[in-house]
Design a protein around this ligand. Structure first.
Ligand code: 5AD
Ligand code: SF4
Length: 461
């Protein structure tokens, strides 16, 4: 990373914004965990360049939008928010605005942002964080807006980017970037490029460092963590990486996401079952329970193969909790095909489902498929699914009542000082009553589950 720009930026700040005790950045992140991990790097760079942070954009000197393109809804939210900056810019003509992330990786959208919001100073795509200090310096010293979003000829994964972590109990560690799967509905392979894995020694060093610094939960991130290792000179796969991480001493949990069902091997499940630190939780997006739709989605597995791997997981890790992603109303999905998804949900008993109404992404193969199902019908299907899942979760959670669980306490309940927010190994949200005495924050605690709602467990220490 071109660190000389940190001091260059520091020097330019008083000229750009006038002399101040603290220059403030407002950073807004949309979308997935990967985007939040990118934001931690952006904030690390800003911090090293002399910025502090504010959650009030009206007093900021610099506004950064880290955008998401996965569904139209995320794009619309960003457009609404960036539109509001115009008013702020009228009041403070020195305000600098940066737009980065998946939206601006798309050529057309980057042009649209520049044309519609001419006050935006810097537009950059997903992989440009590596040269963000240099680009920011150029944006701060130039009148014209600066734009970078070519995915080709990018430098290799940069390891020395400073990170300003948003949390001091749980940390995300990207292990790979990009995706080669090209699911027919998905924009990610077009905006995040081809799969690239970090070297195992760099990942291990980062995790060791986090654990030494008291982090209790490590979330390994990648669009498809199960294909970790492709293209590295050392021959290594995801199971081997997990085994090496698991050897790091300390009391901590490891989680990972996202796993593509086609790449979940028995070896991976065995590795989880035999490990000391891997939490009994797996996010395993099924997308649809119908084989014709799965084929049209280019998911490369059948419902039967998915069920087989779930059965194996349940045998090997009886305490496991599973969650999933489901797309409702993929182009041409009939009601009967949707009911196949419903029957699968009933069978698998997920603890959590993220369901999405299909959103057309220009440039993807599914965008050209005929889509005759009206939006209202899709919305009805989604409501049906959500309602069913509430009952499944409630039933699942009620079976915890009376049991003892190890939980990691991660926050205070803002509405009740006697209550801590925690999660079980299976990632189930748990509210822990503690008489307000002990400071349990950041600790593993054994609790007794005394009650449940549809969304969380209630426990006492
Ligand atoms: N429309 C709706 N949902 C989508 N996802 C990805 N692309 C789309 C789309 N075009 C969902 C998938 C994926 C999750 C991250 O977002 O379920 O697993
Ligand atoms: Fe998108 Fe499929 Fe890649 Fe996931 S695996 S990021 S859904 S293309």
């Amino acid at each position: 990373m071109s660190k000389e720009y940190f001091s260059l930026i520091k020097r330019i700040l008083p000229k750009k914004f006038g002399k101040k005790e603290q220059y403030l950045a407002f950073v807004k992140t949309y979308g997935c965990q990967q985007n939040f991990a990118d934001t931690e790097k952006i904030c690390g760079i800003l911090h090293a360049s002399g910025f502090g942070f504010t959650e009030d954009e009206t007093i900021a000197d610099l506004i950064v939008f880290n955008t998401c393109a996965i569904r139209k809804h995320a794009e619309d939210r960003f457009i609404g928010n960036v539109g509001n900056v115009k008013k702020l810019k009228e009041r403070n003509k020195n305000l600098v605005t940066v737009v980065c992330g998946c939206i601006t990786q798309q050529e057309e959208f980057a042009k649209y942002v520049k044309k519609t919001f001419p006050f935006v100073n810097l537009v950059l795509g997903t992989d440009y964080i590596k040269i963000f200090p240099e680009l920011l310096y150029r944006a701060l010293t130039s009148r014209a807006s600066v734009c970078f979003n070519e995915l080709d000829n990018l430098p290799v994964i940069q390891e020395d980017v400073p990170t300003k972590r948003a949390n001091n109990i749980k940390a995300s560690v990207p292990i790979m970037y990009g995706c080669d799967n090209f699911c027919s509905y998905c924009i990610v392979p077009y905006v995040r490029g081809r799969e690239r894995s970090r070297k195992p020694e760099n990942i291990i060093l980062e995790v060791e460092d986090l654990i030494k610094n008291g982090y209790k939960e490590i979330l390994l991130l990648g669009q498809n963590v199960n294909s970790y290792g492709k293209g590295l000179t050392e021959i290594i796969d995801f199971s081997e990486l997990l085994r090496r991480i698991d050897e790091i001493p300390g009391e901590y949990w490891v989680r990972f996401m996202t796993s593509h069902p086609k790449d979940v091997t028995k070896e991976l499940v065995d590795t989880m079952a035999d490990s000391k630190h891997i939490a009994p939780y797996l996010h395993l997006p099924i997308q649809s329970g119908n084989n014709r739709i799965l084929r049209k989605m280019n998911r490369k597995y059948t419902r039967e193969q998915y069920e087989e791997i779930v059965n194996y997981i349940r045998i090997k890790i009886p305490k496991v909790c599973l969650s999933t992603d489901i797309i409702v109303g993929f182009p041409g999905e009939t009601y009967e095909e949707f009911l196949d998804t419903i029957s699968l949900i009933k069978k698998v008993e997920y603890s959590l489902i993220y369901s999405f109404i299909y959103s057309k992404r220009p440039g993807t193969p599914a965008a050209k498929m005929e889509d005759s199902v009206p939006y209202e019908e899709k919305a009805k299907r989604q409501s049906y699914l959500i309602e069913l899942q509430k009952h499944i979760t409630e039933d699942l959670f009620s079976r915890y009542v009376g049991t003892y669980q190890k939980v990691l306490v991660e926050d205070l309940d803002k509405s009740n000082e006697n209550v801590f927010i925690a999660r079980t190994g299976g990632n189930v949200l748990t509210k822990v009553y503690s008489n307000g005495k002990d400071d349990l924050l950041g600790k593993f605690v054994n609790v007794k589950i005394i009650d449940n709602t549809r969304t969380y467990l209630v426990a006492e220490v």
